[in-house]
Ligand binder design. Structure first.
Ligand code: BTN
Length: 279
């Protein structure tokens, strides 16, 4: 059953430690690299060799990319992977990264049951736990269609078992990051997490694909109640940084195009498609 349509979650076995999997026995969709600058960049530069549902993964990402051109810092223990989704509907893409946020939440909560219902989304694509950043998402549509398919590379970084105290990075520079191992007794191994993420992302790809389903069943439409429930910002006073100004307002929710709605001091509600939010 499709989780995004509100069906029951199933529990999955987890392991505390993640032994290095037998590399000769990896699933065919998994491209495991010893190291690379950025799994998203790799997925773009190797586009012709990758297919719908393929996953590029490395334990050593040396020049990770984040939102708005920022650097994504990936010390040991941060899971870094990119998922290839093809044949998506370009008109629905504005809502995709929020939906990916839900997929990340579901995958982590399935495998770390003691985090059940603790994860939240901070628009547009941060996954938080206890108001600290557990995961980040970078969705990039390929420029021009790859082999005639509208493709999106979904990059996901999850702070799985990273020691941010030892790395000595400034908490603000790493968005107040927190690692799953410091919150949960169960830390899923990488392969289980990749499988679970892929499972949900393939479900999403179906909902964001070019089909003749009615608009009420496509994109974010059916996910709005769950997005609202998981919205870390709703009701908060926030500041949104745009390229030329910063706007203050109260977050009132997310619309079906994935825009953040802010009530401004003059009581009008304005939708935002991008920007960096603090609260
Ligand atoms: C953000 O929070 O700013 C987005 C972070 C996205 C990081 C992931 S890690 C895997 C993939 N490869 C990249 O270079 N970036 C994404």
């Amino acid at each position: 059953m499709c989780k995004f349509l509100g069906k029951v979650r199933t529990a999955h076995p987890t392991e505390l430690e993640s032994p290095k999997p037998d590399r000769t026995n990896l699933p065919i969709w998994l491209h495991w690299l010893d190291s690379c600058p950025s799994t998203n960049t790799h997925a773009h530069t190797h586009a012709a060799q990758l297919h719908h549902g393929d996953v590029v993964f490395t334990r050593r990402q040396t020049a990770g990319r984040g939102q708005q051109g920022r650097t994504w810092y990936s010390p040991t223990g941060v899971l870094t992977a990119s998922f290839v989704l093809d044949n998506l509907n370009p008109n629905l893409l504005s809502g995709l990264s929020l939906a990916v946020g839900l997929a990340v939440i579901y995958a982590i909560e399935d495998l770390a049951p003691d985090c059940h219902d603790m994860l939240r989304l901070k628009w547009p694509n941060d996954v938080l736990i206890n108001r600290r950043k557990l995961a980040g998402i970078l969705c990039e549509a390929t420029s021009g269609n790859v082999l005639g398919k509208s493709r999106v590379v979904v990059g996901i970084g999850i702070n799985r078992c990273a020691d941010f105290d030892r790395t000595g990075e400034d908490a603000r520079a790493i968005d107040n990051a927190v690692s799953l191992h410091s919150i949960s007794n169960t830390v899923p191994d990488e392969l289980s997490l990749l499988r679970r993420l892929r499972h949900y992302l393939l479900e999403l790809a179906d909902m964001f694909s070019r089909t003749d389903k009615p608009a009420s069943k496509l994109g974010l439409a059916l996910m709005l109640p769950e997005l609202r429930r998981r919205d870390a910002l709703v009701g908060c006073n926030v500041a949104i940084e745009l390229s030329s100004e910063t706007i203050l307002g109260q977050a009132t929710g997310i619309d079906k195009q994935g825009r953040l709605l802010l009530r401004l001091p003059d009581e009008t509600v304005r939708p935002f498609t991008s920007g960096r939010v603090s609260y």
